[in-house]
Write a protein that binds this ligand. Structure first.
Ligand code: SF4
Ligand code: FE
Length: 506
């Protein structure tokens, strides 16, 4: 590997620095690429000097690093050929050229969920890039702008360097009854504060940003439909993760401080975790070459709709976590000596049925993808919304069943330190024994994993993110309402029932 020079003199702009980044090939390259960045990060009331080395943050970096490892281990699954740079690229940066490409993306997402048991944070950035392929093209067709070429130039840079892109979608939104331009504080939606000959400056914040701190670039885009008065809010741009004016405030997660403890058992999943951050933009400069929309407010609604079509199908990621939880429930049943019971088998069947139902809606949405004028394919929106609606519910039931099978010990189990104590250790070994031929530590570990995924740190990704990520449940129901063609279905029923409204009207 060539020496990687990521450290930088501060006078060089972050954008040009990242433009000459050496390509990231391995997980180690990726972790190295995040070191030494002059980022402004706060957690637990303190500024974090080097996030990469922080024990709470590192598992989230490991999860993203796993995407690079998968590309090496299984290139058929996790890489694809890019016609743009005529080279293989990580599938998380690939612009799909067929429905099959989207199917492969879903398979990769499920595999990544199986390998990490958490949110691996790389999909929303891909889904942003996918949307912008068609939206920049459509804006150019209508307004004669040159956004699509800028987009393609950025995509080349992203693919060549194999970067991570975070999606800066969700504005804080303030008073939900008011539009962006009506808010008492204009910063509650990201907006342009200044324009110069070189570019634009933006101020605002992006909330719940998955993997925001672990990314090399952030794509900011509107979160909702916009009207003529919201023109200054209709901005899309690519911002380096260490640009001047950015502040990251780390979102805490249930049981996150277990990462500070010694020992790895009580962490449940010591290697991998998700990450959500609030990212504040204080007059952050975006040069024209990285501005992909500026004022074309009428495209905001369609942009959000297309994003959700891609991203709600991306939530098949949770079926990989579901696979882990089915496996954990089956393992704990075995360790308890209960695996032969018919009700245990039936619960595992129910968990699997729910998990595969999620997968079937997501993968069907990809199979039914259609081509857009720019040439890219987009998921079927109805099926993507059904997939995400399933995700807002089924992981909760799968978790309930996993907890049912695990038993109460999952939440009454003493700490790893008690197992290591000279006095209490032998007592726990004696009384918490399950099957006599298996070590007690197996029970400890698998119970902690179920706790981690259903109550602890990765319940953020498996449960609450399943509820609210890519839009809360009601957002999907609105889309389903829009697409359900009830009049056409009434006509079908009335035809079979022999109802002729025209004759009746006469
Ligand atoms: Fe990807 Fe799933 Fe995480 Fe979204 S929630 S970034 S789709 S792993
Ligand atoms: Fe998400």
């Amino acid at each position: 590997m060539p020496a990687i020079e990521y450290r930088h003199p501060r006078e060089e702009s972050a954008a040009s620095r990242w433009s000459r980044l050496n390509p990231i090939a391995t997980p180690e390259d990726y972790i190295e690429s995040l070191k030494g960045r002059d980022v402004h990060v706060f957690m637990f009331g303190e500024k974090i000097a080097e996030p990469v080395d922080h024990p709470i943050i590192r598992p989230s970096i490991n999860a993203l690093a796993r995407t690079y490892q998968l590309a090496i281990e299984d290139p058929e699954l996790a890489t694809a050929h890019s016609d743009l740079i005529d080279a293989p690229v990580n599938r998380f940066l690939h612009m799909v050229t067929s429905p099959q490409d989207l199917v492969m993306k879903n398979r990769m997402q499920r595999r990544m969920g199986q390998l990490t048991g958490t949110c691996f944070q790389r999909c929303a950035g891909l889904d942003c890039l996918s949307v912008l392929h068609s939206i920049t093209y459509d804006i150019d067709q209508k307004h004669g702008t040159s956004y699509h070429q800028r987009y393609l130039d950025f995509l080349k840079l992203a693919q060549r360097n194999n970067i991570i892109l975070a999606a800066g979608m969700t504005d804080p939104k303030g008073d939900r009854s008011k539009r962006p331009s009506e808010q008492a504080d204009p910063d509650l939606f990201m907006h342009v504060t200044k324009r110069t000959a070189e570019g634009v400056y933006v101020t605002g914040a992006k909330a719940h940003m998955t993997g925001g701190l672990n990314s090399h670039w952030i794509c900011v885009m509107p979160t909702m439909n916009l009207g003529p008065d919201d023109k200054e809010y209709a901005v899309v741009g690519m911002v380096p993760g260490d640009a001047h004016g950015l502040t990251y405030i780390y979102g805490r997660q249930s049981c996150d401080t277990r990462a500070l403890e010694t020992g790895d058992i009580d962490k449940g999943n010591a290697r991998y975790g998700g990450q959500e951050v609030l990212v504040v933009f204080d007059n952050v400069f975006i040069p024209h070459e990285h501005v992909l929309m500026d004022g074309e407010y009428a495209f905001a609604q369609e942009m959000v709709a297309r994003f959700t079509a891609y991203h709600r199908a991306s939530y098949v990621c949770k079926t990989g976590l579901g696979d882990v939880l089915v496996g954990a429930a089956a393992a704990v049943a075995e360790f308890n000596g209960a695996d032969g019971a018919s009700h245990i088998k039936d619960k595992l069947v129910e968990m699997t049925h729910l998990n595969e139902t999620i997968y079937s809606s997501g993968i069907a949405s990809s199979h039914e993808a259609k081509q857009l004028p720019s040439g890219i394919f987009m998921n079927d929106a109805m099926l993507a919304n059904v997939c995400k609606q399933n995700v807002t519910r089924f992981p909760y039931e799968i978790s309930r069943l996993a907890q049912d099978i695990a038993g109460g010990l999952m939440v009454t189990l003493p700490s790893e330190a008690d197992f290591n104590h000279e006095l209490t250790g032998p007592i726990l070994e004696k009384y918490l024994k399950g099957r006599s031929n298996l070590p007690v530590e197996f029970r400890q570990r698998i119970l902690r994993l179920i706790e981690n995924m259903t109550l602890g740190r990765n319940a953020v990704g498996y449960l609450t993110e399943s509820m609210h990520g890519a839009g809360s449940p009601q957002a999907q129901r609105i889309q389903i309402l829009r697409g359900m063609e009830v009049e056409r279905k009434k006509a079908l029923a009335e035809d079979l029932a022999g109802i002729n409204r025209k004759e009746e009207a006469l």
